[in-house]
Design a binder for this molecule. Structure first.
Ligand code: PLP
Length: 297
């Protein structure tokens, strides 16, 4: 089992919270593990267990060149004694960026495929090709989202429910983490997932399916907020960059521009617009994503 550190819940005191008397708490899951940090720890937990129990020696997964999931999988594989293969979208670009350089140093074999081929990654024929080339492996899908990932994140949801709050906020990519947390909270609180993808509307169906796969239930206490994607996945603006810098200076909480920065910016805008009930408590989940900023060897 990969190690887990208990994480603090930090209160943010900001002038934009004062008029509405809102308490903003941040659960620092970015501190749960030095490398396999944030939501990726919870998403990998039961996948690693299943791979081990089935006797697999190798993990194979997919991702873009800046994927936190690739970074986390490489680190977890190394810690747990698996070989790992990362099927990377696009051509190799040298020098390797910090994410891929880290993955390679942890022993991940990087296998580059064209964008066209990458799109066929769910094709059985493509899977067969990979098996021919690499032998047997335990497959973790792109972004790490599958039923076992949702199960892991439901445990995070259960942990979250130990603290009182009215709203639960988190950033969303594939929706796996949101589905798990919603399952673990079992209908309590009002959950807002901030989509970092431009066309986040597909998430309404995707999350519903993932929740149902996890515990055969359906909850209605969550929604996808699509107004804070800043142009789409990994797109940023100087305004967002400035916000992230100021937030770190004022509150000693580091954020990044792909996920957590967009969520926190969205929370501030919605607080200012009067979206949250006066006097309520917001719990924001810091889902990590910072490790690749720190390790650039
Ligand atoms: C991967 C990631 C997410 C998105 O998680 P999903 O389960 O795909 O929605 C959110 N935040 C961070 C920091 C991530 O690395």
């Amino acid at each position: 089992m990969i190690s887990y550190s208990e994480v603090p819940i930090q209160e943010v005191k900001a002038d934009w919270l004062t008029p509405s008397q809102i308490r903003l708490l941040v659960r620092r899951e970015d501190l749960n593990h030095p490398l396999v940090s944030g939501n990726k720890w919870w998403k990998l937990k039961y996948n690693l267990k299943a791979a081990k129990e089935a006797g697999h020696k190798t993990l194979l997964t997919f991702g873009g060149a800046y994927s936190n999931h690739i970074f986390a999988t490489a680190a977890a594989a190394k810690e747990e004694g698996f070989k790992s293969i990362g099927v990377i979208r696009g051509e190799e670009t040298l020098p390797l960026n910090p994410t891929l350089s880290f993955a390679k140093h942890r022993g991940m074999k990087l296998h580059y495929v064209s964008r066209a081929a990458y799109r066929l990654k769910d094709d059985p024929a493509f899977m067969d090709e990979l098996k021919k080339e690499f032998g047997e492996f335990y497959l973790i899908p792109e972004g790490g989202t599958n039923a076992l990932a949702v199960k892991g994140c439901s445990e995070l949801g259960a942990k979250l429910s130990e603290t009182q709050f009215d709203y639960l906020c988190l950033p969303v990519g594939t929706g796996g983490t949101l589905a798990g947390i919603a399952s673990g909270l079992e209908g309590s609180g009002s959950i807002i997932g901030f989509s970092t993808l431009k066309d986040g509307h597909f998430l309404n169906d995707a999350v519903e399916v993932l929740i149902n796969d996890c515990n055969s239930k359906s909850y209605h206490n969550w929604k996808i907020e699509t107004a804070f994607h800043f142009g789409g996945y990994a797109k940023t603006t100087t305004e967002l960059q400035r916000f992230i810098k100021e937030f770190q200076t004022n509150h000693s909480i580091p954020l990044e521009a792909v996920y957590t920065g967009k969520m926190m910016f969205g929370i501030r805008e919605m607080v200012k617009a009067g979206y949250f009930r006066k006097g309520s408590t917001i719990m924001a989940v810091h889902t990590g994503g910072l490790a690749s900023n720190i390790f650039s060897t």
